[in-house]
Design a protein around this ligand. Structure first.
Ligand code: SAM
Length: 261
């Protein structure tokens, strides 16, 4: 039944393995005072477990056809506020915060929007206590990648600039309905109160990182050729070996580069 109803364009793969749901809840360890926002609650696999624990929570769901069913599932479990909208357009700073608690973001995400969604959420890092999110395994690995590895890229640098990241566990395709072709990874992201390496020119930092990884096979020197904001003698000024590839440059080194101007 679910199989027919699941909408591919909304990346709907519903969690159907209660062991995986319990692992997720244990990792999040919700408390009564938490301000939880769930992205893509779907038919409530996580919501129905979370709501009785926290008492009230918020959820953002794009598919209006799922919402009446979700409301029915949750009606006696607590107070659920549903925003029927596209999370990529959702302004997290609009959520009222009388109690000054930071947000806990959770979700089994639609795979088709995971990268833009991470970039969107990073804009609100200062409002967020933590994020516990299910991604396709590939994205989970890119998020947690170490400098020098093949998976280390723009997404890694930008996410690790703001957050401490832990890949918690892998979930098999069988945990979802319909069954996806790929494995999934459950990831914890905790925004730093103060990033360990802080860029004084964040726009330039973003631009350098983006440009560098467009040409990730080139040396950093070639990848950053014709980059007017950087002085030509940046290698001497920073001590960064210009013959290294973009994936061999640490976040600290990208920050140092961006702080040159
Ligand atoms: N949380 C449910 C579960 O684990 O069974 C559903 C997970 S399913 C992978 C992703 C959910 O996100 C779906 O309910 C889908 O409709 C919703 N969704 C997809 N794109 C969205 C968007 N842009 N904004 C908000 N929700 C979205």
């Amino acid at each position: 039944m679910l199989q027919n109803r699941a909408r591919k364009r909304f990346g709907q793969n519903f969690l159907c393995d209660s062991m995986v749901v319990e692992k997720i809840i244990a990792a999040i360890a919700p408390k009564k005072t938490d301000r939880v926002v769930e992205i893509g609650p779907g038919l409530g696999a996580l919501t129905t477990r979370m709501l009785p624990i926290v008492g009230k929570m918020m959820a953002i769901e794009i598919d209006r056809d799922l919402i009446p069913k979700l409301r029915r599932q949750c009606q006696h479990l607590g107070e659920l506020t549903i925003y029927q909208t596209d999370v990529l357009k959702f302004d997290f700073s609009s959520l009222d915060n009388n109690d000054h608690h930071k947000l806990r973001i959770i979700g089994n995400l639609p795979y088709n929007i995971s990268t833009p969604l991470i970039f969107h959420l990073l804009n609100y890092a200062n409002l967020i206590k933590d994020m516990h999110l299910m991604f396709q395994k590939e994205v989970g690995e890119r998020l947690g990648a170490k400098v020098g590895s093949k998976k280390y890229g723009r997404l890694t640098v930008m996410a690790q600039y703001f957050c401490k990241i832990e890949l918690l566990f892998i979930a098999p395709p069988e945990a979802f309905k319909p069954k996806p072709k790929i494995q999934s990874a459950f990831v914890r992201l905790i925004p730093y109160k103060v990033p360990p390496y802080q860029s004084r020119n964040f726009d330039l930092f973003q631009k350098i990182v983006k440009t560098a990884f467009i040409k990730r096979r080139k040396t950093l020197k070639n990848a950053l050729k014709n980059f007017p904001e950087l002085p030509e003698n940046w290698p001497e000024k920073t001590g960064i070996d210009p013959h290294l590839r973009p994936e061999q440059i640490s976040i600290e080194q990208y920050v140092i580069l961006s702080n040159l101007s």
